[in-house]
Design a protein around this ligand. Structure first.
Ligand code: CTP
Length: 234
């Protein structure tokens, strides 16, 4: 980040840092994870990390203590956030496990690889050997599997990127993973989802009622998510 941008971020924290997030510890996860097929190849997904990085940036401006757990992405970390880099879904799980007990808020914007090669090869497989079938196994559900580590009263936010029937699938995930909010979007909508600078989301709380937001920048979406979080922080 350039010097003027860093100065602006510090000024924003001085001006905006008096709200409910001030002094609260927020853990944000962002980006994809990567699983090895062999020493040179990986399985990953199209997550850019932009949504999580925006949440971390705005949370810090609002006065929070920010831990950003990031998969491999090509983004500059926002000023003020403590950055923890991870590679695989199990690395991400270990980082969330260690940060969650002290977190007032968890925003799980990462897109962990849902499957990993069951038996990664220790040597590079050659193309001349012909077609390659890679048996895969599901990774652990980080949000669902770390419930017992949550600090009482903490606010937990998940994301659901779906292809069709997004609200119903999002509500089901909110219940299954025991979340306070789920940020739902449809990957098939123009301007929404991975790699874009904009997003069109609905924020769904525990009562299931969606707050449907217009197509807007990921920074504006981050502001809306953190408004919802602040509204339910004790
Ligand atoms: N998530 C997680 N652990 C995983 C995969 C996803 O904690 N192994 C989190 C994501 O960070 C996101 C939420 O769970 O906040 C929903 O992610 P999604 O991939 O849609 O959920 P899955 O549990 O993988 O559901 P499904 O594969 O059935 O769509």
């Amino acid at each position: 980040m350039s010097e003027p941008e860093t100065i602006l971020a510090h000024a924003a924290r001085v001006l905006r840092g008096g709200g409910r997030l001030a002094g609260r510890r927020i853990v944000v996860t962002a980006g994809p994870t990567r699983e090895s097929i062999d020493p040179v190849r990986v399985v990953t997904n199209r997550s850019s990390g932009k949504m999580g990085y925006r949440v971390a940036e705005v949370a810090w401006e609002r006065g929070a203590e920010v831990v950003l757990i990031s998969g491999p992405v090509a983004l500059e970390p926002p000023p003020g956030a403590a950055l923890r880099r991870v590679e695989s879904t199990s690395d991400l799980e270990a980082a969330v496990r260690s940060e969650l007990p002290a977190a007032d808020v968890l925003v799980m914007a990462a897109a962990p690889a849902d499957f990993r090669p069951s038996d990664p090869s220790s040597s590079k497989r050659s193309r001349v050997d012909g077609a390659l079938a890679v048996p895969m196994e599901p990774t652990e559900d980080i949000l669902g599997g770390t419930r017992e580590l949550r600090k009482p009263g903490s606010v937990i936010v998940g994301f659901a990127l779906e292809t069709g029937d997004a609200l119903a699938k999002g509500r089901a995930k909110l219940e299954r993973k025991d979340l306070d909010f789920i940020v739902v979007n449809d990957a098939l909508e123009p301007g929404a989802g991975f790699e874009h600078d904009t997003n069109r989301v609905a924020i769904v709380g525990r009562d299931g009622t969606p707050r449907i937001l217009p197509l807007q920048s990921k920074r504006e979406v981050a502001e809306a998510i953190l408004d919802a979080v602040e509204g339910s922080l004790g």
